[in-house]
Design a protein around this ligand. Structure first.
Ligand SMILES: NC(=O)c1ccc[n+]([C@@H]2O[C@H](COP(=O)([O-])OP(=O)(O)OC[C@H]3O[C@@H](n4cnc5c(N)ncnc54)[C@H](OP(=O)(O)O)[C@@H]3O)[C@@H](O)[C@H]2O)c1
Length: 195
């Protein structure tokens, strides 16, 4: 069965974004979880999809123009992800959004459809976020792996990674790596039973 792998960037106090609605401490949003070779589709929530599509479309169309979250010209890794994302199927969990610019984006109306997706043949699935979607899919026992990049920062005010997780989930540490800029990469397998 295909794995569903969540990748999130967090501060030490577990914030995924500041009070302005984005993580201004993240200098690039490329795939630094190392997932690109092993996935062939992305899953994300309706809350983040419109901004996500807009962000990566802007980079794909105008790779030399500074982008709004980082305020800098995209890195080569971001340009690579922008091209990959535009041609990779995206499954958006939403009951309200009905259209997308990317032709390979489709909408799923419930988490059962994500369970079905895992049963289909293919490479692994990347769960891009956001916070509520990640929490509900973890609670439903559908997320197999959690990849975190921890930034050396106490962010203070902001949105927490798992504001709505309802259950305890055991994690098994699979890999730890120190990255540039004092960041830490953590890879956990998620146990899908209470403990
Ligand atoms: N730091 C990071 O690595 C990172 C990564 C990704 C995202 N983010 C942040 O996450 C934020 C978005 O997160 P969010 O929590 O506001 O929104 P979200 O998880 O992207 O989307 C939530 C929406 O998904 C739909 N949905 C349908 N069924 C659902 C279910 N069973 N469980 C959960 N959602 C369901 C609902 O949309 P409908 O009302 O349309 O049905 C719901 O409003 C963004 O602002 C972004 O900054 C951070």
């Amino acid at each position: 069965m295909r794995k569903l792998i969540a990748g999130m960037k967090i501060s030490v106090d577990e914030k995924i974004e500041g009070p302005e609605g984005h993580a201004d401490w993240v200098s690039a949003w490329s795939d630094d979880y190392g997932l690109m070779p092993q996935i062939d589709a992305c899953v994300l929530g309706g809350g983040m999809y419109p901004g996500y599509e807009q962000y990566w479309t802007a980079i794909e169309k105008e790779p030399n123009t500074p982008v709004w979250i980082t305020g800098k010209a995209p890195t080569s890794a971001e340009i690579e992800w922008a091209r990959f994302a535009a041609e990779t199927p995206h499954y958006v969990l939403s009951n309200t959004i009905t259209s997308a610019r990317w032709p390979k984006t489709s909408f799923v109306r419930g988490i059962d459809e994500i369970a079905d997706l895992k049963q289909q043949p293919g490479k692994d699935l990347y769960l891009v976020g956001g916070a509520r979607t990640a929490a509900s899919l973890i609670d439903a026992g559908l997320v197999d792996e959690l990849r975190l990049i921890v930034y050396p920062l106490i962010a203070g005010e902001g949105k927490a990674l798992f504001p709505t997780t309802g259950h305890r989930h055991r994690l098994e540490l699979r890999n730890v790596q120190q990255l540039q800029g004092g960041r830490l990469s953590l890879i956990y397998a998620i146990g899908n039973g209470a403990g």
